[in-house]
Design a protein around this ligand. Structure first.
Ligand code: ZN
Length: 409
């Protein structure tokens, strides 16, 4: 997956499910998408897709790693060639040095020979010289020899001069070659950087695929445990489950924040209920059969609120829903667990996104449960708050309105 695709996906996910905060302090949190399939067979297919994504990411990473190693080898080879070139330059310098010495020697020898030649061919010294020679023929031969040697030396000097020129040119060529190699190394290093960032992307792909795999496996297990058939609608299957007195307010959700003490942005507080990550506009059902006692519209903290008083197993309770996008019930209305009390909000209702509720930033539903009926007074209600019963812990999913977690009520 390309980086731009990842960013696009992140934005889409953020808009849909987003980070949530809740009631009293800003608390951004990310929510994983729920599986899309609605049958066990569909879930298994989805699982296979993510497993394939994971394998692909692993394979891409391997190929990229090979390419990086290949580039590193090329860099090493280039460095070796530069070293070899440096050796050749040193060798050329040494050769120039010894050529210069030879030139000096040839020059000296030639000068001596020329001096000798002048002496021999000079008229003034002719007699003096001839008296030393055994014959005229030998003298001529000596002059010839001197001429030959001088000529040979002259040729050698030219040859050495040309050699020095060649060696100088060779040094220039080698330097250019080294520059070329250095440029190659720079490009290879740049390529390695790029490949390394690709590896980061493949790692991220793998991690997110693994998270999805883990998530889908958990979902599959829950439905298998419920005895759902391979092609049965999962919602239908889940509704066959055990009924408890407090039902879940929605058919499926993930707990993004739990009840009780928590620290958000370094400030500790008591969370008055639980948060369920939900796409905005999800229908919210009453968790209990009861009566709507109070409704608050557009509160600056909590937004649209519904308070329902109910008796559960002979005991009085208040159930409160916050951050609703829309309220579908009226004060005094009797509701059942099949009554939609409103639609979930939390994103567009937040002050951060143009709304009025400063105590939320992302799409979610907050539910509070307190002992005793709500009377309109906050202090006793707050003192009576309890952990809403039957929900999974932080990060946990529930998959039906009747799925129960923890001790029975
Ligand atoms: Zn909350």
């Amino acid at each position: 997956m390309k980086k731009s695709q990842i960013i696009a996906e992140v934005i889409v996910r953020s808009l849909l499910l987003i980070s949530i905060i809740s009631c009293y302090f800003l608390e951004p949190m990310s929510i994983k998408a729920a599986p899309k399939a609605n049958t066990l067979a569909g879930l298994r297919k989805e699982l296979k897709e993510y497993q394939a994504k994971k394998s692909k990411a692993e394979n891409d990473k391997k190929l990229t790693q090979n390419e990086i190693n290949n580039n590193k080898n090329q860099i090493n080879n280039n460095y070796k060639e530069i070293e070899e070139s440096e050796n050749q330059i040193t060798q050329a310098k040494n050769d120039i040095e010894s050529s210069r010495k030879k030139i000096e020697e040839y020059k000296k020898e030639t000068e001596e020979l020329m001096a000798f030649y002048q002496i021999m061919s000079g008229e003034n010294n002719y007699l003096e010289f001839i008296s030393d020679s055994s014959s005229m023929t030998e003298l001529i031969m000596r002059i010839d020899a001197v001429e030959s040697i001088a000529k040979y030396n002259k040729e050698k000097l030219t040859e050495l001069d040309n050699l020095i020129k060649d060696l100088n040119q060779k040094q220039v060529d080698l330097k250019n070659y080294e520059t070329e190699l250095s440029n190659k190394i720079t490009n290879l290093e740049k390529n390695i950087d790029k490949l390394n960032s690709n590896i980061q992307i493949y790692d991220d792909d793998k991690t997110s695929a693994e998270e999805e795999i883990e998530n889908i496996k958990n979902v599959i297990k829950v439905y298998e445990d419920m005895g759902c058939k391979e092609n049965e609608d999962l919602d239908v299957c889940a509704s066959r489950g055990e009924n408890n007195t407090f039902l879940k307010p929605v058919a499926k959700g993930r707990i993004t924040s739990v009840f009780g003490p928590r620290t958000v942005s370094g400030q500790s507080s008591n969370h008055s209920g639980i948060d369920i990550g939900l796409a905005e506009g999800t229908p919210v059902y009453s968790m209990v059969n009861g009566t709507v006692f109070s409704i608050t519209n557009k509160a600056s903290c909590g937004g649209n609120k519904v308070y329902i008083n109910a008796v559960v197993k002979g005991k009085k309770y208040t159930v409160v829903y916050l951050h609703l996008l829309k309220i579908d019930v009226k004060i005094g209305q009797e509701v059942t667990t099949q009554t939609v009390i409103g639609k979930s909000g939390g994103y567009s209702t937040s002050t951060k996104h143009g709304g009025y509720d400063r105590c939320t930033t992302g799409a979610h539903l907050h539910v509070s449960v307190a002992k005793e009926f709500y009377t309109g007074k906050d202090a006793p209600y707050r003192a009576n708050l309890i952990n809403p019963p039957g929900f999974p812990g932080k990060g946990g999913w529930f998959y039906s309105r009747t799925q129960w977690f923890g001790p029975k009520l």
